[in-house]
Design a protein around this ligand. Structure first.
Ligand SMILES: O=C(O)CCC(=O)C(=O)O
Ligand SMILES: [Mn+2]
Length: 217
């Protein structure tokens, strides 16, 4: 982007890219709050630590995860599901930090989704080599609610597919402080991320942090 483009934006509207009819990438939407948001996540992880989940077929996922909100997303030999307690601590998941809720509802509204009331925030932490294969998010009860995804730290290549796993997919980079929202007719698209490349980020170090914020219940 040239500096002229930056001035033309005037700070009034977030710069965004429409990746499908009902999927929008808001570039650097979280930049003004990045450190505070990352600290909020650190606070959650002190209460419900990161762990590697296992797929129903018994494979250890390369990403480390935790959750906050009324519903935490889990995967183990019993399947993919939401649960209202953390199996590691035996306690309810920590609350979703207020700042995360505010930014998630703000960006969902900008993307055209009103009445989004997040009750689940999955925290995914990728270190170099970690990835997530193409999948659909479909453990939620109401598919009229969007998915809001925040990225912090190292960039990663996001795969944005169709409605069958074998469909062709587009690739684009998710960068520090980007927010991606998809819903409506695009809600059940396959998506995933390619292997994280080795690098260092000034705020997160050698990792990428993803928040996947949903209305699960
Ligand atoms: O890390 C990402 O950007 C994608 C995460 C994701 O799709 C998920 O956890 O369901
Ligand atoms: Mn997903």
């Amino acid at each position: 982007m040239s500096s002229l483009d930056l001035f033309a934006n005037d700070g009034a509207e977030p710069l965004s890219t429409q990746i499908s009819e009902q999927a929008t990438l808001f570039h650097q939407f979280l930049l003004a709050d990045d450190e505070a948001l990352i600290n909020d996540i650190r606070g959650v992880l002190k209460l419900s630590p990161l762990r590697h989940l296992t797929t129903p077929s018994g494979h250890k996922m390369s990403v480390k995860s935790s959750s906050c909100g009324s519903y935490g997303w889990l995967s183990d030999k019993h399947g993919y599901r939401y649960q209202n307690t953390d199996p590691v601590t035996g306690q309810p998941w920590p609350d979703i930090p207020h700042r995360i809720l505010v930014k998630a509802t703000e960006v969902s509204r900008l993307a055209g989704f009103e009445n989004f009331q997040p009750d689940s925030c999955l925290i995914n932490v990728y270190t170099p080599g970690a990835k997530m294969g193409l999948h659909q998010d479909k453990n939620e009860t109401d598919f009229s609610k969007p998915i809001v995804s925040f990225s912090f730290g190292l960039p990663i290549t996001f795969m944005w597919g169709g409605f069958k796993r074998s469909d062709k997919y587009q690739k684009f980079s998710l960068q520090h402080a980007d927010a991606l929202v998809w819903g409506g007719k695009d809600r059940l698209r396959y998506h995933g991320v390619q292997q994280l490349k080795e690098a260092m980020h000034p705020l997160t170090g050698r990792c990428r942090v993803n928040l996947t914020i949903r209305q699960a219940g």
